[in-house]
Design a protein around this ligand. Structure first.
Ligand code: DI6
Ligand code: FE
Length: 400
């Protein structure tokens, strides 16, 4: 393949410490195979023989977007539940009418692999249309061995059907299924951990996640799951401090977690544990918005403590039926007071770190050539606009 050069580009390199998006207003970028070969000021572009050159007309180039926390594979939807709530139904009434997370578990168990894949692809396509080039996908709506495996197989098949990198997370410790009501420990021993071992044996798992909350699993139960992850050599991450503070982030940091996610109720002890462990804070403004939460994550403290902040859609049928990472950028700024630069780092450099990926998330020689090319003049526009998609096109692994 010849070397391909993009010229007349505004490059938001997102290099750490570069400041102001690492912006190069008259930039050029050269690609060879699936890698960035060179990027910098156009005036310093080396001479390459037989290169293909494309003039971008001043368009903005960012690293390809990374949605580092999603549940895009699931059966059914919860629109009826949304409707019932707005007609005044209580949580209990919704549950009695068959709503809540259990209804998604039922619909996911009933769905074939093909049906789950077709449904997930509609959501994935919406994400790719907004510049996503890497997507994390969790299990956690099967909660039995067979369905957890099916969800992860579907996640892997997405990567074969679309131009996107998929990273999977095993989330068997997401909820206690009805057949194990009030028997969480039995669920872990008999279904969750065997499912994790089976999924790992099939190479379906890149990381292990859990939901540490009063309505889900307690810290000592999450410990059990993390111990198994460690035995299998898999990195961990955690849904922590979403609705209350059970010390999930401290627990996650103690296990060297890649990320602690949600963290609205995170305290100073949790922040310093994360800073010391290098655990990324993944903020999920779509769930905050949907649940009409009022407790804002401790952004100022995370910032002062140097904890990397990522942003993700949390795309799921209950608390965040959101596929737009562009809207997520806007929500991160408006609801959590991130700067547009922090928001953009949250879906590029820091999102890569949250997935343990060191080869992407910035524009730099040697990095994977995953790019977003945008019809905007300045990067803040990506976070500022609402309901507008200025994507010109994606480049993934060096090809358009
Ligand atoms: N936190 C959430 O907000 C979702 N899962 C989680 O761990 C809720 C998932 C659902 O309601 O389907
Ligand atoms: Fe989630």
């Amino acid at each position: 393949m010849p070397i391909r050069i993009l010229t007349n580009a505004t490059l938001a390199t997102m290099e750490a410490g570069a400041g102001s998006y690492g912006l190069l207003s008259c930039g050029a970028l050269a690609m060879e195979d699936d890698k960035i070969l060179w990027c910098g000021p156009a005036s310093e572009l080396p001479a390459y023989d037989d290169a293909e050159v494309e003039d971008l007309g001043g368009r903005l180039v960012t690293p390809g977007f990374i949605d580092c926390h999603t549940h895009v594979v699931f059966g059914g939807n919860r629109a009826r539940e949304f409707e019932l709530r707005l007609e005044g139904a209580s949580y209990e009434e919704v549950a009695r009418a068959g709503g809540g997370i259990v209804s998604t578990v039922r619909a996911t168990r009933e769905a074939s692999e093909e049906a789950l894949l077709a449904d997930a692809l509609r959501r994935v396509d919406a994400q790719l249309a907004e510049g996503v080039t890497t997507l994390e996908v969790k299990s956690g709506y099967g909660l039995d061995i067979e369905t957890e495996l099916r969800m992860l197989r579907v996640a892997r098949r997405i990567a074969a059907m679309r131009d996107v990198t998929i990273r999977t997370s095993f989330l068997g410790a997401h909820a206690i299924p009805p057949e194990y009501a009030d028997r969480a420990d039995a669920y872990l021993e008999e279904a969750c951990l065997p499912a994790l071992r089976a999924a790992h044996a099939e190479r379906l798992v890149d990381a292990v996640d859990g939901f540490c909350e009063g309505i889900a699993f307690l810290p000592e139960q999450i410990e059990r799951v993390f111990a198994e992850a460690k035995a299998l050599g898999l990195p961990v991450k955690l849904h922590a401090e979403q609705l209350s503070n059970l010390g999930g982030a401290v627990l996650a940091a103690r296990h060297g977690a890649l990320s602690a996610d949600h963290i609205e109720y995170l305290d100073a002890e949790g922040v310093s544990a994360m800073a010391a462990a290098g655990t990324v804070a993944v903020l999920l403004p779509g769930a905050f918005y949907t649940l009409r939460e009022t407790q804002v994550p401790p952004v100022a403290l995370l910032r002062e403590s140097g904890v990397p902040i990522a942003l993700a859609t949390d795309c799921n049928p209950g608390s965040s039926p959101l596929t737009s990472l562009l809207l997520t950028l806007n929500m991160g700024c408006t609801l959590f007071r991130l700067t547009p630069e922090e928001a953009l780092a949250g879906v590029t450099r820091n999102a890569a770190q949250a997935l343990g990926l060191t080869d992407r998330g910035v524009l730099r020689a040697g990095a994977r050539a995953d790019l977003g090319i945008w019809n905007v003049a300045e990067p803040a526009e990506l976070a500022y606009r609402i309901g507008f998609n200025p994507l010109h096109r994606r480049i993934i692994g060096g090809h358009a």
